[in-house]
Design a protein around this ligand. Structure first.
Ligand SMILES: Nc1ncnc2c1ncn2[C@@H]1O[C@H](COP(=O)(O)OP(=O)(O)OP(=O)(O)O)[C@@H](O)[C@H]1O
Ligand SMILES: [Mg+2]
Length: 385
């Protein structure tokens, strides 16, 4: 297993998450559509690839990253491009191959409420196009369409087009999911590095996604994280005592695979220079992780989705939290009134911070902490001071 801290991982580099895979397939088999709920860097894309790489013959999987799509038009274009991809077409019957050969040669030129227009040809309703496609699949096959960065697409459309266009796309998706002819044979899996729920709540469109089944992508359980860290170190030829693994996990606390990879990567660099690992070396590795601006800056930039008052409030909350280690909800409401922010809006901001992986109040509902002590330290040094 190689140390990879950044790109989605695949094959031998993927630390298996069998329970999570089973959770997902339970929903798939019961005909539900899925929203993968997890903060940034938790491993959503890797998980989607894992599904694609390991499903049995009953399924055909299409994975699309729609991040770059800034309009509904671009979104459908990306999806249909993927559906016309050779690898996918090869899984279809010959009749469908012919259809897609034709579609492939003409680009999507316009998407309207009515459907999708391919070049100069007539408009094809995309639900119809899906139906045609699905009819051409073998009867016993189910199609899993994974839409990664869908929430980013919705946010882009709000920003660069209009709220109405974003709503329309959400509505079209809901219609597709509820189309009886598609229902039995298609499963949509949505994910994104920002919470879809927060994005749609901002435009009062939660009703368009409330049929989705939320599947949580949690951090690793302690024992699993320990096995992962040990395996990562040993397959990278580092000798490490169990006590030092435990020390490292205590420092990381928020046990997402990414955090373990980041520290392992720095340990490997230090180990190369001096092949010894103890708690001082683990501390040094974490110090080195804290120098990676690119791995943290998105936590700050992400807050720009809020309006100015909410933004200032959220920064103030996180600054206080990084300084004091915890913040009681009473103080959060004091900060809200200092910023002249209504209590309900303050609650929405706190909910978004929780949902997007910044903070939690698991131990005591009235007290918040950073999920990640490493992020807390970074925030304290780089944002609060
Ligand atoms: N199952 C896994 N095994 C090993 N490492 C993993 C696993 N899942 C995630 N990682 C680590 O987390 C990093 C991020 O993974 P991935 O890109 O899948 O997360 P993501 O949730 O899609 O992130 P983003 O929110 O930025 O899109 C990987 O580079 C890798 O270091
Ligand atoms: Mg991702």
């Amino acid at each position: 297993m190689s140390i990879i801290a950044g790109q989605a991982v695949r094959g031998d580099n993927f630390w298996d998450r069998p329970y999570l895979m089973a959770d997902i397939f339970d929903v798939v088999e019961s005909g539900g559509h899925i929203l993968l709920v997890a903060p940034r860097r938790v491993g959503k894309t890797s998980l989607m690839y894992r599904i694609k790489d390991t499903v049995n013959n009953d399924y055909i999987v299409v994975y699309v990253n729609t991040q770059a799509a800034h309009s509904a038009n671009a979104f459908w274009e990306k999806l249909f491009e993927q559906l016309m991809d050779e690898e996918f077409i090869n899984t279809l019957k010959s009749k469908a191959k012919k259809l897609y050969k034709i579609l492939k040669s003409i680009r999507v030129s316009e998407v309207s409420i009515k459907g999708i227009k391919f070049g100069k040809s007539k408009t094809i309703n995309y639900a119809k196009a899906f139906e045609t496609l699905l009819k051409s699949l073998d009867n016993d096959k189910k199609l899993i369409i994974m839409l990664d960065e869908f929430s980013q697409t919705i946010e882009n459309i709000i920003k660069y087009q209009s709220i109405e266009e974003a709503e329309q796309l959400l509505e079209n998706h809901r219609d597709l999911r509820q189309n009886h002819r598609l229902l039995q044979k298609t499963v949509f899996v949505y994910a994104g590095s920002i919470g879809l729920e927060s994005v749609v709540a901002n435009i009062q469109s939660s009703k368009h996604i409330n049929d989705l089944v939320n599947v949580d992508v949690p951090p690793l359980e302690y024992d699993d994280a320990k096995s992962f860290a040990l395996h990562l170190c040993s397959s990278n030829k580092m000798t490490i005592e169990e006590a030092d693994i435990e020390y490292m996990l205590d420092k990381i606390l928020w046990l997402i695979p990414f955090n373990i990879q980041l520290v392992a990567q720095e340990l490997k660099r230090l180990y190369r220079r001096e092949p010894i690992i103890n708690s001082t070396v683990v501390d040094a590795a974490i110090e080195n992780v804290l120098k990676h601006k690119k791995d943290f800056i998105h936590w700050q930039e992400r807050l720009e989705i809020f309006d100015k008052i909410e933004y200032n409030f959220s920064i103030d909350v996180l600054n206080t939290l990084s300084t004091n280690g915890k913040i009681p909800s009473t103080e959060i409401f004091n900060l809200a009134s200092k910023h002249k922010l209504e209590e309900s809006k303050a609650k929405t901001v706190i909910h978004a911070l929780r949902y997007d992986g910044y903070i939690n109040n698991k131990e005591d509902a009235r007290t918040y902490h950073f999920n990640s002590p490493i992020l807390r330290t970074w925030w304290y040094r780089n944002v609060a001071n």
